[in-house]
Design a binder for this molecule. Structure first.
Ligand SMILES: [Fe+2]
Length: 185
């Protein structure tokens, strides 16, 4: 069984190999991987939001979960596989509870560290996603699908900034806007 990271590497290698099984198949591999990543991400944020006690963090996690639904739908529109059925079945498909990030989240829940740990895990995952989608986009020839990857990279950068800001808030650190004021003075 390939891990998510192995799958990405495999996929990028596959795309760069070109030709062997045809471009369309490579494109569908990329879309399938992105779809799985978005589904995992959505499930992660939904679970974190459902158990977060801090109201503000809960809202941020809910917002992120909804944005991942949007990403999932954007990729699903280009997905030609049949394993999920329709888009709603894909959204409602069982959670991959063996996903390493999800496992870490569950551990944080039992340790009553959900907000802090969820945001830390999210920062790591969103950064990975930016790198992986940027690489994948370069191998995608179809302009419509490439545009989806590029748009989602931008939105994921927005997620990263939002999570970073919320993390600073949770940790009681000086907020970036306060820091700006401090620097200017
Ligand atoms: Fe996403």
């Amino acid at each position: 069984m390939l891990t998510k990271k192995d799958s990405w590497i495999y996929c990028i290698q596959f795309i760069s190999m070109g030709g062997i099984m045809g471009r369309e198949y490579s494109l569908q591999e990329a879309v399938a991987l992105a779809l799985k990543a978005e589904k995992d991400s959505m499930d992660f944020y939904r679970r974190a939001a459902s158990v977060a006690k801090d109201e503000r963090a809960k809202k941020v996690l809910e917002l992120l979960a909804n944005e991942e639904v949007g990403h999932l739908k954007a990729f699903f529109a280009h997905y030609k596989g049949t394993e999920y059925g329709d888009v709603q079945s894909c959204i409602n498909a069982p959670v991959d509870t063996k996903n390493p990030t999800y496992v870490k989240l569950e551990k944080a829940i039992t340790e009553d560290m959900v907000e802090q740990k969820a945001l830390e895990l999210a920062l790591f995952e969103e950064k990975e996603c930016i790198g992986q989608y940027t690489q994948l986009a370069q191998g995608v020839v179809d302009p419509a699908v490439r545009a989806v990857f590029e748009r989602i990279v931008q939105e994921t950068q927005g997620h990263y900034a939002l999570i970073e800001s919320e993390y600073a808030h949770i940790m009681g650190m000086v907020h970036e806007s306060d820091q700006d004021t401090f620097v200017r003075e």
